[in-house]
Write a protein that binds this ligand. Sequence first.
Ligand code: UDP
Length: 239
Amino acid sequence: MEVAKYKRIMLKISGEALAGDTGFGIDFEFTNVIALQIKELVKLGVEIGIVVGAGNIWRGRSGDGMDRTTADYMGMMATCINALALQDSLENIGVNTRVQTAIEMKAVAEPFIRRKAMRHLEKGRVVIFAAGTGNPYFSTDTAAALRAAEIEAEVILLAKKVDGVYDKDPHIYDDAKKFNKLSYINVLEKGLQVMDSTATSLCMDNNIPILVFGLDKPENIKKAVLGEKIGTLVSDSAK
Ligand code: UDP
């Protein structure tokens, strides 16, 4: 019988990953595949929080010449679009979900209320946290770290387009070396592009391990939860 290593997880899915191979927008075939993987985890009894990014639709820095905060609010709105798409794929296959937003939009989703989120998780509902942290100048990685701390997740599963953390961009350099383990401090000192430094520091201060892995193979989500050795683990034990 398969036994999950973690009871409660935070899954961070970047917007870029949701675009599949198209690079922009939402690839519904892909969200459906991810939804099936998440269903497997629910069946294993894992409690799941998800934070979605928005790079497939909008990033604050896309708005060159725009007021930064306005551009960031647009990014946060875009995460809500992704959250509803993922919710739809999950509900279609019978997974109970709730979307909670950091910026109130009550006609569309619940506002973020930590105690309510905890209750949903305990009842086996997947909670999708949208609108980032609700604040400009932050990222959805930071939102994932913040919500992970709040819901007491044991790990952040950081699903990316690349299969782990490398010393340099593996798409450009053939000799790029992949790390199996890293400490938070290593990530910060080497300036490795795992998460932004705010998010990494938050994980370091609250001792939340981050497992970075590739979503090119969607079954990796389950492998990660079963504790199989994939991707790169960022924690304080690799000092
Ligand atoms: N954003 C923000 N505050 C947050 C989270 C996100 O202002 O707490 C905005 C920011 O402009 C960011 C965009 O939303 O560029 C999309 O999020 P992100 O770039 O983290 O998405 P990802 O790279 O994961 O797809």
